[in-house]
Design a binder for this molecule. Structure first.
Ligand code: ZN
Length: 146
């Protein structure tokens, strides 16, 4: 596999023009995440009501993989239950570490299948998700992948 395969169109697109980018003034969960290995940083804002993620936005700087992952994650989880989000994260984590899709629809997230071939990129791809998990658990400490 080549680097070209890793940077699929959808990843380049979301890396350059992230969706749901910015602050959410009335967020009831807020969490910072940092991947020192690559320098990726993000802050996640979540509005969660009765176990459903009503809205989510993020701010930050990082490589194309980390920004695209955060962008696609926000699109994927809006309107979903915390339980469903955990299931999607497990499928996504399996994909980026094993390079294979398990049964279960992860939609556009399938574009990250190439990440498994580049272990150093796994942390870029999963930073937003680890940060989300901590946000929903009301973890008071910033997330770091190291
Ligand atoms: Zn990165």
């Amino acid at each position: 596999m080549s680097l070209r395969d890793l940077y699929q169109d959808i990843i380049v697109d979301h890396g350059k023009q992230p969706r749901n980018f910015g602050k959410l003034a009335n967020a009831n969960h807020c969490q910072m995440g940092h991947n020192p290995l690559c320098g990726d940083r993000l802050t996640l804002y979540v509005i969660e009501r009765n176990g459903i993620v009503d809205d989510v936005r993020f701010e930050g700087v990082g490589c194309a993989i980390s920004v695209a992952s955060a962008s696609l994650m926000t699109e994927m989880i809006k309107g979903k239950s915390v339980h469903e989000i955990e299931r999607i994260f497990n499928l996504f984590h399996h994909l980026v570490t094993e390079g294979k899709e398990l049964d279960g629809d992860i939609g556009k997230l399938a574009a990250f299948g190439g990440v498994a071939e580049f272990p150093v990129r796994v942390k870029c791809a999963t930073l937003a998700w680890h940060t989300l998990k901590a946000a929903l658990a009301n973890n008071l400490h910033p997330v770091t992948t190291e």
